[in-house]
Design a protein around this ligand. Structure first.
Ligand SMILES: [Zn+2]
Ligand SMILES: [Zn+2]
Length: 72
């Protein structure tokens, strides 16, 4: 039912940073998106801290000291 009303400060579904290169997510990160299909992320998309990444049998885990562990 979104009739195009203002959605200025809603919860943005897109994180602010690219989790592959750590640069602001705005703009083209097509190469990063491609790489991310093969590799775990390196940077926290919320704060761009470098995450501690471990490859596990099911994929990977990446831990940000601020935002916890992500799984993939
Ligand atoms: Zn990127
Ligand atoms: Zn973080």
């Amino acid at each position: 039912m979104d009739r195009g009303s203002t959605r200025a400060q809603g919860a943005a579904p897109v994180p602010p940073y690219c989790d592959h290169c750590g640069e602001p997510a705005a703009g083209g990160h097509a190469a990063c998106a491609t790489a991310r299909e093969l590799e775990p992320p390196r940077f926290c998309p919320d704060c761009r801290r470098r995450m501690k990444v471990q490859v596990v049998p099911t994929g990977w885990t990446a831990t940000c000291v601020e935002h916890g562990t992500r799984h993939g």
